[in-house]
Every structure is written in structure tokens, then in C-alpha cells.
Design a protein around this ligand. Structure first.
Ligand code: NI
Length: 244
């Protein structure tokens, strides 16, 4: 009796399966989970900038900078020199506690271009191990001293490589006015600013520029947050100068 129904049942089953599969392929793509801890509300047309500080930490200047950044609720990125860490491990811990990004600037402020694999590991991976022991396992991006890289740097970096797009050459003099003016004049959306937290004049200039640029609608984020906000997925060995 029910024999004639069997093919129809099968056809219906096949149809249901086909429709289900078709429906599955048309589902919207899964949203990519956010890797960072960026908690800023999204603003259309927002102007973002990343302050970066090299060569520290240095007691007496880095602490003043951290105080000034904390007062303003500003996050920055610090590329640390290994030998400097032993002078002020508490400053590194404070950077992490206060939400700044930290990275490596080699053990002894050594140009990485031309180094052997072993020397590179000593300068970069050695500093990373030291920092991870101090503040826990984390990604530590590389800023090569002097911004000089060679074909091996990308190969061996084992992290994104961060250069910069605004450089007031703050090491050249202690002219706070000049450095501040340079920052106010040259900074645009998506820029990465290079400064050094080992000079009092750089700290004063950085904080003055933060105040001036905030009045013009800029918001300060870490390099990691800057890339994330611009939809750039950081790649190991890739050089980042800005995220406009
Ligand atoms: Ni440096």
C-alpha cells in the first residue's frame, strides 16, 4: 500500500537536505573575534595616532611620562632596551599595569642589520625572554634601533616590525617648543610618532603635543590598537610605519 509513497518520501528528503545545505552556504560569515582589548567606542572618521617611545625605561623621565599619560588617560607604546630594564623593572611593570603596549628595542640598542642568527637571537629573543619573566608571557613586537633592517630582520623577527611616520628627531636638541611644534604640524590620522622617553624635553613635548592634538580631535592608542582599529591584521616580519 505505501510502496508508491516511498519515492515521493525520498524526493522530499533529498529536497529538504538540498535546501538545508543551500541555506547553510548562505549564512552570513562569522564575525572575526577581536584579539586586542580595545574598548573605545567606534567613531566614524575618528583621527587616531600612536605615540611610541624608544630607548627606555629611564628612572626620572619615564615615570614623569607615565604620570602625564595617566592623568590624560592616554595609552602609548614603549620599545624597551634590555640593559635599561634592570635599572627600572618597576617602570616596565607599571607600563603593563596601566595598559600601555611594550615591545623590544634589542638588548643593547644594537643595529640588527648584519647580525648573525645567534647575535640576533641574543639581542631580540634574549630581551623578550627577560621581559616575559618580568611581566608574563605576551607578544613583544620589534622596533629595530635606527630603523635599519635587512633581509634577515623580517625572517627572524618573529613578530610585526614597527617603524614610524612622524619623527621630530627629539634627540637632536632639548628644544621643547621645536619638538612640540613639529608634532603639532606633522601629525595626521593613522600616524606612528617616534619619541624617546629618556629626555625630559621629549616627555614635556609629548605631553604638550597630546594636549594640542586632543583639542584637534585626535585620540591616542597603542600601535596594536591602531592597526586593529584600521582592520589591519598584524603579520610577523611585516613592517608597519602608519595606519592611515
Ligand atoms: Ni633607539
Amino acid at each position: 500500500m505505501g510502496e508508491w509513497k516511498r519515492p515521493e518520501y525520498l524526493i522530499r528528503l533529498v529536497l529538504v537536505v538540498v535546501l538545508a545545505l543551500f541555506g547553510l552556504t548562505r549564512l552570513p560569515p562569522k564575525s572575526v573575534p577581536s584579539s586586542g582589548d580595545l574598548q573605545l567606542p567606534g567613531v566614524e572618521g575618528e583621527k587616531l595616532v600612536a605615540l611610541t617611545f624608544d630607548d627606555g625605561p629611564r628612572p626620572g623621565t619615564t615615570d614623569c611620562l607615565l604620570d602625564g599619560l595617566a592623568q590624560r588617560g592616554v595609552k602609548a607604546t614603549f620599545f624597551l632596551v634590555g640593559t635599561q630594564i634592570s635599572y627600572a623593572p618597576e617602570l616596565v611593570e607599571r607600563m603593563v599595569r596601566e595598559g600601555h603596549q611594550i615591545g623590544v628595542h634589542t638588548l643593547e640598542h644594537t643595529a640588527v642589520a648584519g647580525l648573525s642568527r645567534e647575535e640576533f637571537a641574543h639581542q631580540v629573543e634574549g630581551t623578550r625572554r627577560w621581559l616575559c619573566q618580568l611581566v608574563g608571557e605576551r607578544e613583544l613586537w620589534l622596533r629595530p634601533p635606527y630603523g635599519i633592517v635587512d633581509e634577515h630582520t623580517a625572517q627572524w623577527a618573529d613578530s610585526p616590525i614597527v617603524l614610524w611616520s612622524v619623527d621630530p628627531e627629539d634627540w637632536r636638541d632639548t628644544d621643547t617648543r621645536r619638538i612640540t611644534q613639529h608634532l603639532l604640524t606633522h601629525t595626521g590620522d593613522g600616524d606612528i610618532i617616534l619619541l624617546h622617553d629618556i629626555y625630559p624635553s621629549s616627555v614635556d613635548s609629548a605631553l604638550a603635543a597630546v594636549d594640542g592634538l586632543r583639542e584637534r580631535g585626535f585620540r591616542f592608542v597603542t600601535v596594536e590598537q591602531l592597526l586593529e582599529r584600521r582592520g589591519i591584521v598584524p603579520q610577523n616580519g611585516q613592517i608597519y610605519r602608519q595606519a592611515g
